[in-house]
Design a binder for this molecule. Structure first.
Ligand code: CTP
Ligand code: K
Ligand code: MG
Length: 181
């Protein structure tokens, strides 16, 4: 498979997992998931993980998967190779897994003494991949095995941190995010 083709498929397949975190930043606010609870002297998750942000993020990812699925025939035709259509369970795994990964990362950040917004290099950039891919593999196994070849997974692992850093710096400069990570 040509490298450009692999990159396009990886990016397209991951879009429903990329969008939830950004949508959550725009929608965040309201009740925190942990309800303000602490474990020891630290919050369980912190005020940065809210019900609204999580719900809007997940829905945004699933909605994007639906839009991409409608566009798929035209895009595949134009590119000359096939990009994925998203089965409902694949969309749920990618979007829901991205939000869940971000929440688990915040749990680890609080346990390791980091305040809300503190950076955790590596985890910040790949938390959602680490959960969304296995969850999708579990929920939509055949779909996952069709599209997430070893090459695609390697591209995702390299491409995701680059995209994550870029989008977060832009969101920070636009005043949408408190920190550039
Ligand atoms: N957000 C949300 N719900 C989520 C994820 C994010 O409401 N499940 C919103 C919050 O307003 C959050 C912002 O998006 O402050 C930025 O997300 P993120 O960087 O993940 O949160 P932080 O505030 O940095 O908190 P943490 O240290 O726990 O990552
Ligand atoms: K995060
Ligand atoms: Mg943050």
């Amino acid at each position: 498979m040509a490298i450009l083709e692999t990159v396009v498929i990886a990016f397209w397949a991951m879009l429903p997992a990329y969008v939830p975190n950004n949508a959550a930043v725009l929608a965040g606010g309201g009740r925190p998931i942990d309800g303000g609870r602490t474990w020891g002297d630290r919050r369980v998750l912190g005020d940065g993980k809210t019900w609204r942000g999580t719900a809007v993020g997940t829905i945004a990812g699933i909605a994007l998967a639906a839009v991409l699925t409608v566009l798929e025939p035209t895009v595949s035709d134009t590119l000359g190779f096939a990009v994925p259509r998203f089965e409902p369970l694949a969309a749920l795994g990618l979007a829901g897994g991205a939000m869940l990964g971000d929440i688990l990362a915040s749990f680890l950040k609080r346990r390791s003494g980091r305040q809300r917004g503190a950076m955790f290099p590596g985890l910040d950039q790949l938390d959602f991949v680490v959960v969304s891919l296995p969850l999708t593999a579990l929920l939509a196994t055949d779909w996952f095995l069709t599209w997430f070849t070893l090459e695609v997974i390697l591209v995702v692992v390299v491409l995701t941190p680059i995209l994550h850093v870029t989008t977060n710096v832009i969101a920070y400069k636009l005043g949408l995010k408190n920190e550039p990570w």
